[in-house]
Design a protein around this ligand. Structure first.
Ligand code: DOR
Ligand code: ZN
Length: 456
């Protein structure tokens, strides 16, 4: 195979930069393709320039591996504060993220207590600082109208639940949603929505396995919940979480809304496993629906990939299916599963990098997700020959199980945060220097195909 073209000279340079602190050389994903390149990283951990760099500084050549921007996961549940921080917490969950190539997590507010006022949010910030291995953006729950302005000054985004789920019992009725969205629009923060309409749920099912759960909370509940969202004010930065249906992809693209799909809805179906480990909200769908969502993802029609990492202990999951909590861990395996699909030729690398790195970071207004001057030097070194078999024994989630046991994964060999290694040789070598981040620039409002255009 012919060697990839080299970029000419330092064609892209951040202004006013001093000598680099680190030079990184190798094949890297730049402007949509892999090309041989050298990066200079400045003392603040930002990418200073790309091209041929002759000046000194420690130089790291990644050899046959490739350099990718690190991923942003828009959707995790790290359970802290909460009653069971042995199963997951902000320290363990962010180490799992680091090892899975995720450099920023969006942490959901359905903790105990839930993040409905500024005091809880400030407590959560203080837990992140000094304990997190990667950066964390904190969502707040806008259920108390009086607390919205205060929350908006502190939170990184809002999360609205339209149906009951773990830790969420009271939800707004669907006819209250338009006025809630109107109140959120001027606050300019990203708003993520759990879109299932509980009026479409089938009551009294006594679900015994994932196919029953798919009947109890059917695709029609997702379709109905999208109705008030697609007509929301254009100024609102609206994002729909864990979309499960190809029909929703079409609808949301037409409406120009942001949305995500999870590894489990893209790779697993209601027939993948029988126990409550495979119970999630929204449910795993039929194989036909899963395949259609996967096709849409491979065509680049799903703006973001997000894990909805939601661990529960093995004991909690062992009760009968109907009473078991919904959710599965996923932040450590998300990118490795999809890198393996790139290696097997099923998924273009450019589609994965756009969905896992570039668009989610833009959505949260972060200078991450692209190997471009001025962006943070948060990148991964991936050796595509290093295929492994995923096994809970070798993962780092304290819950101790994964629905992806036996699947193929390619884990990043190295992960750098602001130019400093936090993973080397596949092992965590970092320190708890992760911090709470908030949007630094306006989220890109229309994340359909238009999002591939560079901005910011
Ligand atoms: O499966 C899920 N688990 N869906 C949710 O909406 C919540 C999550 C959790 O927190 O366990
Ligand atoms: Zn979730």
């Amino acid at each position: 195979m012919a060697p990839p073209p080299r970029l000419r000279s330092t064609e892209n340079e951040a202004p006013g930069s001093g000598p680099p602190a680190l030079i990184l050389a190798g094949r890297a994903f730049v402007r949509g393709t892999l090309q041989a390149v050298e990066f200079a990283v400045d003392e603040d951990g930002r990418i200073q320039s790309l091209g041929r760099i002759r000046r000194g500084a420690p130089r790291h050549d990644v050899g046959d591996a490739v350099i990718l921007p690190a991923a942003t996961d828009l959707h995790v549940h790290l359970r802290e504060p909460g009653p069971d921080t042995k199963t997951e917490n902000l320290a363990t969950g962010t180490v799992e993220a680091a090892l899975g190539g995720v450099t920023l997590v969006g942490e959901m507010p359905n903790t105990e207590p839930p993040v409905t006022d500024v005091e809880v949010l400030e407590d959560k910030e203080s837990i992140v600082n000094g304990r997190a291995a990667v950066d964390v953006l904190l969502y707040a729950s806008p259920t108390r109208p009086g607390s919205l302005d205060g929350l908006a000054r502190h939170a990184g985004g809002f999360k609205i639940y339209l149906s009951p789920t773990t830790g969420i019992a009271d939800v707004p009725s669907l006819n209250e949603v338009p006025s809630l969205l109107d109140r959120l629009a001027p606050l300019r923060l990203p708003v993520s929505v759990h879109a299932e309409d509980p009026r479409q749920f089938r009551q009294g099912m006594d679900a015994k396995a994932p196919p029953d759960w798919n009947v109890e909370r059917p695709p029609a509940a997702e379709a109905a919940a999208l109705l008030p969202l697609v007509s929301a004010p254009r100024a609102l930065r609206l994002h729909v979480a864990h979309v499960t249906e190809a029909a929703s992809v079409t609808r949301l693209r037409e409406a120009g809304l942001s949305f995500e799909a999870t590894p489990h809805h893209l790779l697993l179906s209601e027939r993948s496993g029988k126990s409550a480990a495979w119970k999630v909200n929204p449910p795993l769908r039929s194989e036909r629906d899963r395949a259609a969502l996967w096709e849409a993802f491979c065509r680049g029609e799903v703006p973001s990939l997000a894990s909805d990492h939601a661990p529960h202990s093995g004991t909690a999951k062992e009760v009968d299916f109907a009473r078991a909590p919904s959710g599965m861990p996923g932040v450590e395996t998300m990118l490795p599963l999809f890198l393996a699909r790139v290696r097997s030729g099923d998924l273009p690398l450019s589609t994965l990098v756009a969905a896992a790195c570039d668009r989610p970071a833009r959505w949260l207004g972060q200078p991450l997700g692209r190997l471009a001057p001025g962006h943070r030097a948060n990148f991964l070194v991936v050796d595509f020959r290093a295929r492994t078999t995923i096994s809970a024994r070798r993962l780092h989630a304290p819950c101790g199980w994964t629905a992806f046991e036996g699947w193929e994964g390619i884990f990043p060999r190295e992960h750098y945060r602001d130019g400093q290694a936090i993973v080397l040789g596949g092992e965590y070598v970092g320190r708890p220097v992760g911090r709470v981040v908030r949007p630094e620039f306006a989220p890109v409002p229309s994340p359909g195909t238009r999002l591939v255009r560079p901005s910011g």
